[in-house]
Design a protein around this ligand. Structure first.
Ligand code: B12
Length: 337
């Protein structure tokens, strides 16, 4: 299924109409803005379900359902309304794609709904300096956050530890947004401030660079993927390990990625995805890389949130390797695994 966004849009819209007639008391309470948000949500649920079907990976939908239930609980949206909308999606799939796809969709939906327990909301604990950094940014104090990072760096010069701090804080910030403890603006501020702090670290990154490995690595995100800090951090750490890294950022157009990687004679292409609904885009990108005579022999290494769900997912989308972090990429490129 190469065009999930378009198919999801038409099936999701149909499902929303079915949901509206199945559950009138829910939609009648919504104003125009609420109705549009609800329609978008149903399209989104549909896209995740189609993604799970297309890769034959129910776990993608299990993970999504767990996340939606946590989010909706915080927003006061009932489990019942969500489950009703999922059944409407199954009916819309039957109308559009036939009984076989509907059977598969129904099984995936029922299993995902049965598996999920009520939200737990256990927050992983942060180290004191991580909490301090997050608290500064929650109070809008980016200068203090920068000074804290500079002090930590002055102690032992350990950039890896600082990057782990950023990652842990950003994960926590994501959870705080998800359970409604902070708003989108705060989440955006903390992300933007962290990017500003990272830009202050480049003199250290370049000065700590190991002997050159002679290997060129190009890093980018899947089409439509806006989460780009993870792959940026991986590229920075590889740069410190002596690689010549070229980080191309979010939502990279595949043609220019291929031209760029070919032009740099890349030894590897690193691709990142955070939202599992973008796996289909990633798969299409890898297919194009493997079809181009200039890049077909270049190993493609993937990483990001969905790959922790299933150790073999990278194979299903056509990648050569999955790596969890920069060290794993170094090992792969050194010939080990
Ligand atoms: C910042 C952020 C954003 C920013 C991103 C800005 C930017 N410049 O990157 C913005 C505001 C754009 C954003 C938007 C959205 N976001 Co957001 N976001 C986050 C947040 C808080 C932090 C992301 C981050 O930087 N993490 C830190 C990095 C270091 O971690 P990482 O990406 O996992 O990367 C590490 C590893 O995975 C690995 N890695 C990653 N890629 C690769 C690749 C290779 C090759 C290798 C080797 C390793 C590797 O190495 C990294 C270092 O350890 C997360 C929370 C979270 N848990 O991550 C939510 C989160 C990812 N977002 C989420 C959502 C829902 C969204 C939106 C859909 C919200 C909306 N309704 O609009 C949109 C979707 C945008 C899109 N189309 O992509 C959800 C996803 C939930 C899910 N089940 O998928 C999360 C988890 C928040 C939450 N808890 O609910 N977001």
């Amino acid at each position: 299924m190469a065009v999930i966004p378009q198919v999801a849009d038409s099936i999701g819209r149909k499902a929303f109409d079915l949901f509206s007639s199945d559950y009138p008391e829910f939609v009648q309470r919504l104003n125009a803005d609420g109705l549009e948000k609800c329609r978008q949500d149903v399209v989104y649920h549909t896209a995740y379900l189609l993604q799970a079907i297309s890769l034959d990976r129910p776990i993608i939908f299990d993970d999504y359902v767990r996340w939606v239930l946590e989010l909706f609980a915080a927003l006061g949206i009932s489990r019942e309304s969500f489950v009703t909308s999922l059944h409407a999606i199954v009916t819309a799939i039957e109308d559009e794609c036939g009984p076989q796809s509907a059977q598969q969709a129904k099984r995936i939906v029922n299993e995902a709904v049965q598996k999920t327990t009520p939200p737990q909301w256990s927050m992983p604990s942060l180290q004191p300096e991580e909490k301090q950094y997050m608290d500064f940014l929650l109070q809008g104090q980016r200068m203090e956050a920068l000074h804290l990072v500079q002090e930590l760096l002055a102690k032992d010069g350990d950039i890896r530890r600082i990057y782990t701090l950023f990652r842990n804080v950003l994960y926590q910030v994501g959870l705080l947004w998800q359970i409604g403890k902070i708003n989108v603006a705060q989440e955006h501020y903390i992300t933007a401030a962290t990017q500003q702090v990272i830009s202050h670290l480049y003199p250290h990154i370049f000065s700590q660079k190991s002997a050159l490995s002679g290997k060129v690595v190009v890093g980018a995100c899947a089409t439509d993927e806006l989460h780009e800090i993870g792959i940026r951090m991986v590229c920075d750490l590889l740069e410190m390990d002596g690689f010549d890294t070229h980080y191309l950022g979010a939502n990279t157009p595949v043609r220019s990625l291929i031209d760029y990687a070919a032009g740099q004679a890349a030894d590897a292409i690193l691709l990142s995805v955070t939202l599992s609904v973008h796996l289909n885009n990633l798969q299409a990108m890898i297919t194009s890389i493997k079809e181009d005579p200039r890049t077909k022999a270049v190993p493609v290494i993937v990483g990001g949130r969905p790959f922790y769900l299933d150790n073999n997912l990278y194979r299903a989308i056509g990648a050569d390797y999955f790596a969890a972090d920069a060290e794993a990429v170094s090992r792969i490129l050194a010939g080990g695994n």
